[in-house]
Design a protein around this ligand. Structure first.
Ligand code: AMP
Length: 486
């Protein structure tokens, strides 16, 4: 498959694809688009960064271009389920972008915001409804939406939905959709419960698999700095204040840690904002918009809040704290070097995090080049609460909290932070669920390799104008991502 034109897509869809600057379908697109156009169900192993959103959105738009009949009031023609608010908003943005020459309607239904505007948006019937499962269930129970007219269902990032405890809700939702329908299920990984879901709800699907989380993409220049825990903030300020930092995400393991890091960056005169599950949806939306449009240069985030974030030109990812789940490292650093660009990933590793580093290196299959020899005096971090699979795999939920700087005095020797556990906790309320675990989302093998671009230089392009110590605007696209959900 060489071109989008070979796929048999409608003129309006092709025009939008061209406007996006896409020339060649990615592997997932080349396989999923024809299957969906034939009306087949699809079971896809693919993650963010592979171009999977367009893979399922373009055929949907194609059908609407061919035959557009608005669904009856309080119903939707297509339902797209996604694990998080940000991802739902991002998918809806893609629908709008790819559908800009069509006339389809799209609505977003997510938690954390007022239900009223969502009820209004669905009242007349909507072509494409993008929803997180919890809020959708609320609207179904309240009579604002019914699914008996739905002909297509997309389950995106199904393994994240599993991890967040959404499986019972998904099964309930699916039971309300007529069995005569087209269903596509996309997942970064294919654990047994997702297979079971596919067996129960997909009819003779075409199976498509593109590269899974394995190795970080070659375009990311990865570095580890072995540092004392107490020196991390100072070093972070030096790194993100440097002139080659165009736009950076700083990852912390905890929500409180994110706030503290954000404050110290702001105190140093840097343009930084924090995003995590304790922030209201409006705050999350505003922060993400500001980061996208360049009003904020540094986003300090927990793993969970960074899910689904697809922001261009992130030149640096800084792991202020190493994740205790090695896959999270791959997902985190995959926020940079997107769409063929290069990027830098710096990990500040203190003495207590060396074991995490070893786990990460085992996963990626090589030693990451390191500098410094600090951290020898750092005590292991104290462990508080459980480390259950749903509870705190990444420690940014309610289990394993990072101590304050200098809190080594609280540490109990030999007591390591919570690590991956096989135990599965019961799902909590949706807000908690959304902050409960790290994302599987990422794009390790990403678009770069998918598109066959050559791995090359490791440094991001230097932005003229020196370091960002102000909040000056950048002419960056996007910005409306989560607006509809606010
Ligand atoms: P996704 O995996 O859907 O999150 O897409 C990742 C990124 O790839 C998004 O920024 C898309 O705009 C971009 N993208 C999707 N399809 C293509 C394509 N065929 N060519 C170039 N970029 C693409």
């Amino acid at each position: 498959m060489k071109n989008f034109t070979d796929l048999g897509l409608a003129e309006t869809v092709l025009k939008a694809v061209e406007a996006e600057g896409y020339t060649t379908p990615t592997p997932i697109q080349a396989q999923v688009i024809p299957a969906m156009l034939e009306g087949r169900d699809v079971l896809g192993t693919a993650q963010t960064g592979t171009g999977k959103t367009a893979a399922f959105v373009l055929p949907l738009l194609n059908r609407l271009a061919d035959d557009h009949q608005r669904p009856p009031p309080k119903s939707c023609g297509t339902l797209i389920l996604a694990p998080t608010r940000e991802l739902a908003a991002q998918i809806a943005d893609s629908v709008r972008a790819y559908g800009k020459y069509g006339r389809q309607s799209v609505a977003v239904v997510v938690g954390g915001v007022k239900p009223g505007p969502q009820i209004k948006a669905m009242a007349r019937g909507v072509d494409i409804l993008v929803a997180t499962p919890g809020r959708l269930m609320d609207h179904m129970q309240g009579g604002a939406i019914r699914l008996d007219q739905t002909t297509t269902v997309i389950l995106d990032e199904a393994d994240q939905m599993l991890d967040l405890g959404f499986m019972p809700a998904i099964r309930k939702i699916m039971s309300k959709v007529p069995s005569k329908r087209q269903t596509a299920l996309l997942s970064a990984t294919m654990p047994k419960p997702i297979r079971a879901l596919a067996n129960d709800f997909l009819n003779n699907p075409v199976e498509v698999a593109v590269a899974t989380v394995a190795k970080p993409i070659e375009l990311i220049d990865q570095r580890v700095m072995l540092v004392d825990r107490s020196a991390k903030r100072r070093i972070l300020i030096d790194i993100v204040g440097a002139s080659d930092v165009e736009r950076a995400i700083v990852f912390t393991r905890t929500k409180r840690g994110a706030d503290k890091v954000q404050r110290s960056l702001a105190d140093a005169g840097l343009s930084a904002a924090a995003i995590h599950g304790n922030k209201s949806q409006n705050q999350r939306t505003k922060t993400l918009d500001a980061f996208k449009n360049g009003n904020v240069t540094i986003l300090v985030a927990t793993d969970i809040a960074a899910r689904g974030i697809d922001v261009e030109n992130i030149s640096h990812v800084i792991n202020f704290e190493l994740p205790n789940i090695p896959e999270s490292y791959v997902h985190r650093i995959g926020r940079t070097a997107r769409a063929g660009k290069s990027g830098v990933a710096v990990s500040l590793c203190d003495g207590a995090e060396r074991e995490y580093l070893r786990d990460i290196e085992k996963l990626v299959g090589y030693k990451i080049s390191s500098t410094g020899n600090g951290g020898a005096g750092d005590e292991p971090e104290p462990r508080r609460g459980g480390g259950g699979r749903n509870g705190s795999r990444n420690g940014n939920g309610n289990g394993n909290r990072q101590p304050r700087d200098g809190a080594a005095k609280n540490a109990r020797p030999g007591n390591r932070p919570a690590r991956r556990s096989k135990h599965k906790a019961k799902p909590a309320a949706q807000g908690a669920r959304e902050e409960a675990r790290p994302g599987n989302e990422g794009d390790s093998d990403g678009l770069v390799r998918m598109l066959g671009q050559k791995p090359g230089g490791n440094r991001p392009s230097r932005k003229p104008g020196g370091p960002r110590r102000s909040s000056r605007k950048r002419s960056q696209g996007g910005g409306s991502e989560a607006r509809e959900s606010a």
